[in-house]
Design a protein around this ligand. Structure first.
Ligand code: PEP
Length: 253
């Protein structure tokens, strides 16, 4: 299965920096790898980089999405606005949306459903807080997030749906789950997906790991059998670091 590396710029960057980043990615060979690469810049940058991203062999996506098409929802971005801006992907349930903005499982699910129904491809982010991990509740929390999002979800396929397991305590902290810990959680997530959507679907679901993935730990993480890519925050802001992570993807047979 083709690995997928996402770069989540969060609230960083600028139009000019994004164009320079894409020129550099192209120079470093982003278009010649078989790994799927998706960049998630701030919304305002998306339309500016549509052509340059395509030229570098990179897809783009929104860091968030709203679940309705239009109306009095100040500040929100609908699926069709994302498509109009040139995006083909979106994130739903990033931990900063869940825990800084207060999005519930229900909101995340609505966003996921709306995005997939519109023809966009979505990455569902799940992961436990440090308090939940310390209380031995990691599995319960992540299982709930996965099952809540996936049950009775429509328009979902292995082409348009990816899960990112991102332990919240590892995001932006420099801490990472060990490759074995991540592998164990990914296998469990695959079992939970199988319980809802069947084992054929689960076996072909790409599950990324996220949380302080850097050039020096990427190869070990990406070589684990149940890990099918990475969602990268901080290290995606620099083209050389990001390309080093892309290059750490093991060769597929
Ligand atoms: C993220 O934003 O999804 C992320 C994993 O960030 P970082 O790589 O900086 O931990």
């Amino acid at each position: 299965m083709k690995q997928i590396i996402g770069g989540n710029w969060k609230m960083n960057g600028s139009g000019l920096a994004a164009l320079e980043f894409l020129r550099e990615m192209k120079r470093l060979g982003s278009g010649s790898v078989s790994t799927e690469i998706v960049l998630f810049p701030p919304f305002t940058i998306l339309p500016l980089i549509a052509d340059a991203a395509a030229d570098a062999g990179i897809e783009t996506g929104g860091q968030d999405i709203f679940w309705l098409e239009k109306g009095a929802f100040t500040g929100e971005i609908s699926p069709s606005l994302l498509l109009d801006a040139g995006a083909s992907w979106f994130l739903a349930g990033h931990s900063e949306r869940r825990h800084v903005i207060g999005e519930t499982d229900d909101i995340v699910r609505r966003k996921l459903q709306a995005g997939l129904s519109s023809g966009l491809r979505g990455i569902l982010c799940v992961g436990e807080l440090i308090e939940e991990r310390d209380a031995g509740r990691t599995e319960e929390v992540v299982k709930r997030q996965v099952e809540y999002a996936l049950r009775d979800l429509e328009c979902v396929s292995n082409e348009n749906f990816v899960i990112a397991y991102e332990p919240v305590w590892a995001i932006g902290t420099g801490l990472t789950a060990t490759p074995d810990e991540a592998q164990r959680m990914h296998s469990l997530i695959r079992e939970w997906v199988a319980g809802i959507s069947g084992s054929d679907f689960a076996d072909n679901t790409r599950i990324q790991y996220g949380g302080s993935v850097k050039p020096d730990n990427a190869a070990e993480i990406l070589s684990m059998p149940s890990i099918n890519g990475a969602l990268v925050g901080g290290a995606s802001l620099d083209a050389e670091n990001f390309m080093d992570i892309v290059r750490a993807v093991p060769l597929q047979d």
